[in-house]
Design a protein. Structure first.
Length: 281
C-alpha cells in the first residue's frame, strides 16, 4: 500500500491506473477506523481493481464550536487497517494541500441540506460536498462507497453526482452496529460508561416507531411523539437535536407515513452527537 500525501501524487497515480485499464473504487473517511469503516473498505475492494482510501479530517465541514481539534485520530493504526483490507493507496493530505488560504469555491445542494443535520450544522454539507467532489476529481473514481448511517449525506452526494453528471457510481452500505444496536461511530469514544449504557435506546426507539408504522400507524407526529415519550423515560442523559420523518430520497418532511419514509435523529450525549436512522416503510 502506498501512502500519498498530496493531491498531485494521488491524481498522477490514478491517471496511471486508468491508462492501464484499471477501474478505481474510493472509500472517503475521516479516520479512527472501526468495523463500519472496515466494512466499507472490504466492499470497496470487491468493486474495482484498485482501492483508494482517503483519510482526511476535513476542516470545512466542522462548525466553529464543533470538535475539529478533539476529533479522535490514530493514523498509524488506521494505515495498518487500510493495508489489511487491500487498499492500494491511503491518501492522507494536510489541510493546506486541499484548501488554499484564499479558498473561495464551494459546492452545495441546499434543498437537501436544510433539514435534519443541516438545521444545526449549516455549513456541514457544503464542506462535505466540496471535499468529496475534490476526492472524486483527484481519484477519478469509478465507484465510491459510503455508509447508511449518514443517510442525509449519501442522499446529498447522490444528488450532487446526478446534477453535475459526475462519472462515478455511489454505493451505500448498511450501518454496522454493536451487539446492543448502537451504531458504530468514531465519536462513541466520547461516551462515559453511563452514557454508553443508555445510548442503545436511540436504536430501540427507532425500532419502536418502525413497528408502529408496520402495524398501520400513518401519523408522523404520533410516531414521533411515541419515540420521544420512550426516550424521556429510558434515555434521560440524551439531549434531542432532532427527530424527523422524511422521504428517503428528497429528505423532505412527511406528515403521513403512507409511502417510502425514513425516521432520522441526532441525540447529544455528553460530548458526543450520535446520529441514526431507520426505514419505516
Amino acid at each position: 500500500m502506498q501512502i500519498l500525501t498530496t493531491p498531485q501524487q494521488l491524481a498522477a497515480q490514478c491517471r496511471a491506473w486508468h491508462k492501464a485499464g484499471d477501474d478505481i473504487a474510493l472509500v472517503p473517511t475521516m479516520g479512527y477506523y472501526h468495523a463500519g469503516h472496515e466494512d466499507l473498505m472490504a466492499y470497496g475492494r470487491t468493486l474495482g481493481k484498485r482501492l483508494v482510501v482517503s483519510l482526511f479530517v476535513n476542516p470545512t465541514q466542522f462548525g466553529p464550536d464543533e470538535d475539529l481539534g478533539a476529533y479522535p485520530r490514530d493514523a498509524e493504526r488506521d494505515a495498518g487497517i487500510a493495508a489489511s483490507h487491500g487498499a492500494d493507496v491511503l491518501f492522507m493530505p494536510e489541510p493546506g494541500s486541499m484548501y488554499a488560504p484564499d479558498h473561495a469555491t464551494w459546492v452545495e445542494v441546499p434543498d437537501l441540506a436544510k433539514g435534519l443535520c443541516g438545521q444545526n450544522r449549516p455549513i456541514h454539507f457544503r464542506g462535505v460536498c466540496t471535499v468529496v467532489l475534490k476526492l472524486f476529481m483527484l481519484s477519478a473514481a469509478d465507484v465510491a462507497v459510503f455508509g447508511q448511517k449518514d443517510w442525509q449525506q449519501q442522499a446529498i452526494l447522490r444528488r450532487m453526482v446526478r446534477d453535475l453528471n459526475l462519472p462515478v457510481r455511489i454505493e451505500t452500505r448498511p450501518t454496522v452496529r454493536e451487539a446492543d444496536g448502537l451504531a458504530l461511530s468514531s465519536r462513541n469514544v466520547y461516551l462515559t460508561p453511563e452514557e454508553r449504557a443508555q445510548a442503545p435506546e436511540i436504536r430501540r426507539g427507532l425500532l419502536h416507531a418502525q413497528k408502529l408504522a408496520q402495524e398501520g400507524e400513518t401519523s408522523a407526529s404520533l410516531l414521533r411523539e411515541s419515540v420521544l415519550r420512550r426516550w424521556a423515560e429510558l434515555l434521560p442523559l440524551g439531549r434531542l437535536d432532532y427527530l424527523s420523518i422524511v422521504h428517503p430520497e428528497s429528505v423532505a418532511p412527511l406528515d403521513k407515513v403512507d409511502g417510502p419514509a425514513l425516521m432520522a435523529c441526532a441525540v447529544r450525549m455528553g460530548k458526543a452527537r450520535l446520529i441514526d436512522n431507520i426505514i419505516l416503510r
